[in-house]
Design a protein around this ligand. Sequence first.
Ligand code: NAP
Length: 246
Amino acid sequence: MSLSGQSALITGGARRIGREIALTLARAGVNIIVHYRSSSQEAEALAAELRQLGVKAYTIKCDLADEQHIDELVDNAAQIAGPINILINNASAYPKAEFDTITRSELLSAITTDAWAPFALGRRFGRMPEARHIVNLLDTRIFGDYDWRHFGYHAAKDLLALFTKMMAIKLAPQVAVNAVAPGLILPPEGMPQSYMEGLTGELPLKKVGSPEFVAEAVMFLVQSQFITGQVIFVDGGRHLREAGRG
Ligand SMILES: NC(=O)c1ccc[n+]([C@@H]2O[C@H](COP(=O)([O-])OP(=O)(O)OC[C@H]3O[C@@H](n4cnc5c(N)ncnc54)[C@H](OP(=O)(O)O)[C@@H]3O)[C@@H](O)[C@H]2O)c1
């Protein structure tokens, strides 16, 4: 299916995986609204790069930790860019928080950015007549080993996996709602690439992924007309580790 002329809002789209998703969709002719929180320079530079590819590109700032702003983001994006057909819920906070010490407000904060915001944006988006696809970015670890050092993040992504299925039912038949669950793609901010290489031994495919692999999966999902409520693992088989242990 040709995506040319459609428009996509990508949250946290200025850098890293979101940036690659923006470039991949733009190469297919999709106009892009790059949402950012603090990466304004990167967002503007990306928008300029996207325009060079022949599509329209816009930037929009919003802190997804702020409930009121979440409610306004989709409407504001449509006001500057016109009808939006695709929503990619990519933005994510990754705060350190452990089982023994996490507070209620830390947990609620993680849930707000990583589960509530994608849900609220998706629900508002789903009411727009031109809405067609939502892709939520999960994390392969929520289907396998618990991330004890990022307790709130892990809980929020698990909730977002549930919301993906619930939204797929409630927003049907107009909107397809799917998810991509990346594994080892990019090291956490400030960590070297070698950190990731050291973790590949436990992966069936024995290698680190790349943002391109995630963008390919997103691209596949937004081109599909008969898939909803699904999760694609882009993780070198990491979600199979428990099964592999027998
Ligand atoms: N990297 C990986 O290997 C990996 C593995 C598993 C899952 N994932 C998932 O894949 C997605 C992309 O990964 P990534 O590593 O590229 O993400 P990331 O760099 O950790 O975060 C993407 C963007 O989220 C935005 N963000 C964070 N808190 C926000 C807030 N309160 N309001 C608005 N925006 C906020 C930031 O935008 P600004 O820079 O503008 O502040 C950030 O650039 C995420 O959902 C992540 O959980 C990634």
